[in-house]
Write a protein that binds this ligand. Structure first.
Ligand code: SF4
Ligand code: SF4
Length: 123
């Protein structure tokens, strides 16, 4: 999912005009903002931004990891005994393992779609 780095955005409006589904807003005096629910992840905004302000998900990975670890630490503090804490951490690990499996299998299926499409391209 693309997101806009407000520090880099100059509010030029190019991405707003180019977004095919009109999901980027630019209120007067503010920076561009992507309404994620409607974004079709076409990448056009990233392509046209002259300020490199449209960032990729991967740029946010370290921040997301930090946020997950912070959430885990905060939640851990609500448990009093070590066995409860251990059980909670084990549940958390299982949760992320499942997310990881879903992501890996989804990537595999999407790559198949990509290959099918590539094979149909004229050489
Ligand atoms: S094109 Fe880039 S700099 Fe211009 S409004 Fe969009 S994000 Fe901001
Ligand atoms: S990725 Fe495409 S649909 Fe999403 S905000 Fe950018 S231009 Fe719009």
């Amino acid at each position: 999912m693309p997101w806009i780095d407000e520090e880099r955005c100059t509010a030029c409006g190019i991405c707003v005009d180019e977004c095919p589904v009109g999901t980027i807003t630019l209120p007067e005096g503010e920076k561009a903002f992507i309404v994620e629910e409607d974004c079709i992840r076409c990448g056009k905004c990233h392509e046209v931004c002259p300020s490199d302000a449209v960032r990729h998900d991967k740029d946010r990975i370290p921040l997301d990891v930090d946020a997950n670890v912070t959430w885990t630490r905060d939640t851990l503090s609500h448990y009093e005994s070590d066995p409860e804490k251990i059980a909670f951490l084990q549940r958390t690990v299982r949760y992320y393992e499942k997310q990881s499996t879903v992501a890996e299998r989804t990537i595999g299926r999407v790559q198949e779609l990509l290959e099918e499409l590539r094979e149909r391209q004229p050489t």
